[in-house]
Design a protein around this ligand. Structure first.
Ligand SMILES: Cc1cc2nc3c(=O)[nH]c(=O)nc-3n(C[C@H](O)[C@H](O)[C@H](O)COP(=O)(O)OP(=O)(O)OC[C@H]3O[C@@H](n4cnc5c(N)ncnc54)[C@H](O)[C@@H]3O)c2cc1C
Length: 385
């Protein structure tokens, strides 16, 4: 019996487990292969929904489902967090389990490091977790006017377009409430551009101009003065605010923090094509957990999940693993309430932003529902309930 362990049941981990359950269905039934997924949280979150909650586009309860409901037949879910991965001896440990594995896929995502910026936790809001999105919804709902700053603490962070989307959504939200003239919106970004790609930055800055949105580029957040309501940069510049929506700093998950396979931010070093953890042929890392120069996005995690599940299935069949990752990623980007665009890229194609349209907005609304049966539980790719 061969054992495949997946650590993390978020976008990448759940998709990997379900693709494996489909590809290895007969082997699992015959007892030749076991697919085990560890995740102590029990719930699978559709994080793009967190951006929509504050604007009443999605109900909080629509952004999560129990992992047990999403896992395909043949996946064993162990509702515990992994405490140690011994890559050299192929052993994984949780509080109550110790399992020897033949293959492992680490998909533990990113963590938020509030403590590295004094005042950030007390002084700012964000839409990067379910509870923060719900709290922000209440604050926006009762906002009577003033200055709202949308900012990013540091690079990299999940869903690169999300802060731009928030700016455009705020613009439309307050326009619809008939109080746009009472709200000043400012965008504060750590890079000298509004987005890591110049063309998309230029398009966004033009849209800012048309919508009366101010931008402070190259603003590298050092601290927040929660009492004075000021954001303070490394250079001592200050931005005052009434409400600040700040993406917290992101780091790699603590699980692998002390191992030799991570960089200084805790991101796991992987081969960009095979997705193997460097130095380990039977270990993979995917999604937000890696140090690959691709977006930290669900679309990336899912594309990588397909690649690793195929490579593992090929190896288990005694074949040479030939499927490789090409850097595919993309996002449907909200450019307002009722408008969206699409950004796509891969290793050989720079990100391209499609012109905004109502059709992309509808696609986004449809995908919000399709996600559960297309990506997390890929019924449409053949995973039988
Ligand atoms: C506001 C917002 C908007 C977004 N919008 C988009 C979008 O429009 N398009 C897009 O493609 N992406 C979007 N994303 C990004 C996307 O959600 C993430 O990139 C994606 O979820 C990454 O998947 P992952 O599997 O790597 O990590 P996650 O989905 O974060 O899952 C990590 C899992 O690991 C588990 N875990 C952690 N530690 C352990 C441990 N020790 N043992 C076991 N389990 C563990 C956690 O409980 C969690 O379930 C958005 C994100 C946010 C926050």
């Amino acid at each position: 019996m061969k054992t495949v362990v997946i650590v993390g049941g978020g976008s990448g981990g759940m998709s990997t487990a379900n693709h494996l359950a489909y590809k290895l269905r007969d082997n699992i039934k015959n007892g030749d292969v076991k697919v085990v997924l560890f995740d102590g949280s029990g719930q699978h979150y559709y994080q793009p929904g967190f951006l929509e909650i504050p604007f009443d586009m999605m109900a909080p309860a629509s952004t999560y489902r129990p992992m047990l409901r999403l896992a395909a037949e043949g996946v064993t879910i162990i509702q515990e967090f992994v405490t140690e991965v011994d890559l050299k001896n192929s052993v994984v440990k949780s509080e109550k389990q110790k399992i020897n594995y033949d293959y492992i896929v680490i998909a533990t995502g990113a963590r938020y490091d509030y403590d590295s910026i004094p005042g950030l936790r007390e002084g700012t809001d964000n839409f990067y977790s379910l509870e923060n999105a719900i709290s922000l919804k209440k604050k926006l709902n009762s906002f009577k006017g003033g200055k709202i700053v949308v900012g990013v603490s540091s690079m990299p962070y999940k869903c690169t377009p999300a802060p731009l989307e928030a700016v455009f959504m705020l613009n439309d939200y307050f326009t619809r409430r008939g109080m746009r003239d009472k709200v000043e919106i400012e965008y504060a970004y750590p890079m000298p551009m509004a987005f890591p790609n110049k063309e998309i930055s230029d398009i966004s800055l033009k849209m800012f101009e048309e919508k009366g949105i101010k931008s402070s580029l190259g603003f590298q957040l050092k601290s927040v003065d929660a009492n004075a309501r000021e954001l303070i940069s490394q250079n001592g510049e200050k931005i005052s605010y009434d409400l600040a929506l700040i993406v917290p700093p992101h780091k790699g998950n603590k699980l692998m923090e002390n191992s030799e396979v991570v960089d200084k931010m805790g991101w796991i070093n992987v081969d960009g094509f095979t997705l193997n953890i460097k130095g380990y042929e039977n270990a993979f890392a995917i999604g937000d957990s890696t140090n690959l120069q691709v977006s930290k996005a669900g679309s990336v995690a899912d594309a990588e999940a397909v690649v690793v599940s195929e490579r593992i299935a090929q190896s288990l069949r005694g074949e040479e693993p030939i499927t490789t990752y090409d850097g595919t990623g993309g996002a449907l980007m909200l450019t307002g309430i009722g408008k969206a665009s699409m950004i796509n890229s891969d290793y050989t194609h720079k990100p391209i932003m499609q012109p905004e349209s109502y059709s992309f907005y509808w696609l986004k609304l449809i995908y919000n529902n399709l996600y559960w049966n297309m990506t997390a539980r890929p019924v449409l790719s053949g995973v039988i309930p």
